[in-house]
Design a protein around this ligand. Structure first.
Ligand code: NAP
Ligand code: HSE
Length: 437
């Protein structure tokens, strides 16, 4: 430390995959941080469940504690990073710290998505900053871009791949690995949540989508508004059919502003091979932001992993020490109240997989049911299978409600073999469609 550097003792809530990496980065990059800010951030305490557990790297004598009060009541602690996860007790700890005037950085997307208003109220009450870059897409600085670089842009749509674990699994399945093998590998690499059901079931992506929509649209978007489907139902057949049609199966997050109404959803989709999201592989994430002046910006980078996430946590810590007192755009991002788009109204192109009898007139019956709901066919591939036909259909844009009614009618046809499923297709880039080109 140079003679003039300001010493900033900091504490961590959690010393797992992310917490240990934050400590490492603060130590290894200490000189750079000092050169940039004139501050030297030093980890003095870290909260864990078990101080005696074997850890890949030691935080130093006396740093680990199981007693939150030793952090809360330590007057030397100037800044806390919450990297423990879960809603309870993490939420109460963060609220207490903020109310007492300790700034907090969090990587906890569930906490922010579910208790955001309370956290921002506590931060305002304590007169301190709450930063949350690492809670969405790990290393990608999307929150900073939305809150600072795009502060005067009306963002209408956010489209992305926001969960590293599921993207890693789907990429591995394309390469021939099984779902179970790929999930085990994602856990070993530190990408998955403590309960990986949050990843594969889409809840992790749903929380991130609610946060992105809230920040992008400036209106509170509750996580309960997000229509969620995970990747548990994605089969090798889906992956193979997608490849045959030059598409890739991805877990896609979308937040769309339609007039004054918001639609938010997360689910498996077929992404056209020429679309930029199709090239996002492994644990990488990408977020495409579409808005008035900017037309379209895509940010891509590591979406999970200890050191990758620590990069965003440390950047937020550095921002806090660098902007304390100036208060640039640190308030609750919410400034208006938007409604929710009624279910089924959002339009998209769709991929349909239909199993039907292979005889004259069947295609015409299907086309009739689709047309009755205003669904128009763009591409069709037929494959023989065990005496019947499997149809892979890609439609033009159609509202989800009409598509679901058409599918129900098709399932009820005597010619149907009962299997009729749909996934949205991501092929457009949104610029022409919204009239900004
Ligand atoms: P982790 O490896 O499971 O580490 C959690 C840490 O918190 C451990 O040190 C654990 O103590 C401590 N902890 C958990 N519950 C506690 C409690 N009730 N009391 C005291 N200590 C407790 O988790 P992680 O992967 O680092 O993730 C941490 C947070 O970062 C989560 O919110 C996660 O969503 C977020 N995040 C993770 C990633 C990633 O790629 N891993 C990326 C972005 C965001 P012990 O060590 O004693 O068990
Ligand atoms: N489990 C999360 C993921 C970590 O796989 O994306 C990053 O938030």
């Amino acid at each position: 430390m140079t003679r003039n550097a300001v010493d900033v003792p900091v504490a961590l809530l959690g010393y797992g995959t992310v917490g240990a990496a934050v400590h490492r980065l603060l130590d290894e990059q200490g000189d750079e941080i000092e050169r940039a800010t004139g501050h030297r951030l030093r980890v003095v305490r870290a909260l864990v469940r078990d101080v005696d557990r074997d850890r890949p790297c030691s935080p130093g004598a006396g740093v680990l504690t199981t007693d939150f009060a030793t952090i809360r009541d330590d007057p030397q602690v100037r800044l806390v990073a919450e990297v423990m996860g879960g809603l309870d007790p993490a939420g109460d700890h963060v609220v207490e710290l903020l109310r007492r005037g300790t700034p907090v950085v969090t990587a906890n997307k569930q906490l922010l998505a579910r208790r955001g208003p309370e956290l921002f109220e506590a931060a305002a009450g304590g007169g301190v900053q709450l930063r949350f870059e690492a809670s969405v897409c790990a290393a990608i600085p999307v929150i900073k871009v939305l809150r600072e670089a795009l502060v005067v842009t009306n963002v209408h749509r956010v489209l992305g791949i926001v969960n590293g674990t599921t993207n890693f699994i789907l990429s591995a399945m394309e390469g021939g690995q099984t779902y179970a093998e790929a999930l085990a590998e994602a856990q070993r690499l530190g990408y998955a949540e403590a309960d990986p059901a949050e990843d594969v079931g889409g809840l992790d992506a749903a929380a991130k989508t609610a946060i992105l929509a809230t920040v992008a649209f400036g209106s509170r978007v509750p996580v309960e508004w997000v229509e969620v489907e995970g990747i548990e139902g994605v089969t090798r057949e889906h992956v193979a059919a997608a490849r045959a049609m030059e598409m890739h199966v991805k877990l896609v997050a979308r937040a769309t502003l339609v007039g004054d109404l918001v639609d938010v959803r997360v689910g498996p989709a077929l992404v056209d091979a020429r679309h930029p999201l199709a090239a996002v592989e492994g644990a990488f994430n990408a977020v495409m932001l579409q808005g008035d002046a900017i037309r379209e910006i895509m940010l891509e980078g590591p979406g999970a992993g200890g050191i990758e996430t620590a990069s965003a946590v440390v950047a937020d810590m550095v921002s806090i020490v660098g902007t304390t007192g100036t208060g640039f755009l640190q308030n609750d991002p919410v400034w208006r109240e938007l409604g929710r788009l009624p279910a089924g109204e959002l339009a998209s192109p769709w991929y349909l997989r239909l199993e039907v009898e292979d005889r004259a007139g069947v295609l015409a019956r299907l086309a009739q049911e689709l047309a009755a709901e205003g669904v128009s066919v763009a591409r069709l591939v037929q494959q023989p299978a065990d005496g019947h036909a499997v149809l892979h259909v890609v439609t033009h844009e159609a509202a989800q409600g009409g598509l679901e009614r058409a599918l129900a009618a098709i399932r009820a046809l005597p010619e149907s073999r009962g299997h009729a499923s749909a996934l949205p297709v991501v092929s457009d880039r949104g610029v022409e469609e919204l009239g900004w080109a």
